[in-house]
Design a protein around this ligand. Structure first.
Ligand code: ATP
Ligand code: FE
Length: 305
């Protein structure tokens, strides 16, 4: 079994070819760095046009031309399941923390296709907070803000600016980063920015990861490539849980995670037959800015699917 995975959900156009046993035969990512720099973030219409410039036909036409089955993949499911590609011993059920540009999800993956959302952000995702912080600090926007912030934070003192930890008093597992974002913006506006960049970066990174850690304590259990977050997670789970962190290249958007999730579905017999030529020609993608993965956790409903 050999699967081609195509990823075009946001600003990266990515493709990969992966064998059924998880061997990655090829992977490429074309990022929209110029657009990110020019617009200071993702502009959906431009992003769509940029995808069309680097990928001449998309999945349905390829499947139709080569008479191959096709599988539609949920972007966040792919982010979650790529952990099973790098760790064959990761069996269902498991908990997944998905922290990226548009999402902040803590999910219980019960089995393939069955996900329960334990927590989500009530406003911004952590990646959004990182990207905005990087923008306000005037960091290089040719790549996303998170990695630039992580680099600077290494030489900053996280204790220097006392940002408060968001949602600390809440008992549920939801996240919130809009307040932290405002704290960071006010701090930047009121200080000599150049001297304070590493400090603000370190403090923002420290407070934002604190919230994640609080939630994981409660449940015993893109941004996921952040070494600082990983190290702190590792400290928590060391005692009796196993932490699986895919390599950074598989945490940000990539074709491998899509191909792998396709393999998982294909092996369970979940795929569509090759589209007919006219179906492929007329195919209209169901584009949704928000598309929940699984259902929300409801207290006392132990058998929720
Ligand atoms: P989503 O997956 O939620 O739809 P997306 O696909 O746009 O969002 P990804 O490509 O999955 O986002 O992840 C990009 C996000 O991860 C950006 O917000 C970026 O700043 C952040 N990020 C990437 N690397 C790091 C890092 N090392 N430290 C912190 N944040 C990071
Ligand atoms: Fe993503």
């Amino acid at each position: 079994l050999v699967v081609l995975g195509i990823e075009t959900s946001c600003d990266d156009t990515a493709a990969a070819v992966v064998r059924g046993n998880g061997e990655i035969l090829s992977q490429v990512v074309s990022s929209q760095a110029d657009l990110l720099e020019r617009y200071g973030g993702v502009a959906p219409k431009m992003a769509e046009e940029a995808h069309l410039q680097v990928i001449d036909q998309k999945a349905h036409k390829l499947a139709s031309s080569f008479n191959l089955p096709i599988i539609s993949i949920h972007h966040m499911e792919a982010h979650a399941l790529v952990a099973r590609l790098i760790e064959q011993e990761l069996h269902f059920p498991f908990m997944a923390l998905l922290i990226s540009g548009g999402h902040n999800l803590l999910i219980l993956a019960r089995e393939l296709g069955q996900y329960i959302q334990l927590g989500t952000t009530i406003d911004d995702a952590i990646g959004e907070a990182y990207d905005k912080t990087a923008k306000w600090l005037g960091l290089d926007m040719r790549r996303s803000g998170g990695p630039a912030l992580e680099e600077l934070a290494q030489v900053g003192d996280a204790e220097s600016i006392k940002f408060s930890t968001p949602m600390k008093q809440h008992k549920d597992c939801n996240f919130s980063y809009a307040g932290l974002k405002t704290q960071v913006r006010l701090a930047i506006e009121s200080r000599n920015i150049n001297a304070e960049i590493p400090i603000s970066s370190a403090s923002c990174q420290d407070r934002s990861s604190e919230l994640i850690l609080l939630h994981l304590f409660r449940w015993s259990l893109g941004v996921a490539s952040n070494q600082y977050v990983r190290t702190r997670l590792d400290l928590i789970v060391k005692k009796n849980l196993k932490l699986v962190c895919p390599p950074s290249s598989l945490c940000t958007d990539n074709g491998v995670m899509v191909a792998w999730t396709g393999i998982e579905h294909f092996c369970m017999g979940r795929f569509d037959p090759p589209p007919l030529a006219d179906e492929a020609e007329d195919f209209v993608y169901d584009l949704r800015p928000r598309w929940p993965l699984g259902e929300e956790y409801a207290e006392g409903r132990s058998n929720a699917r």
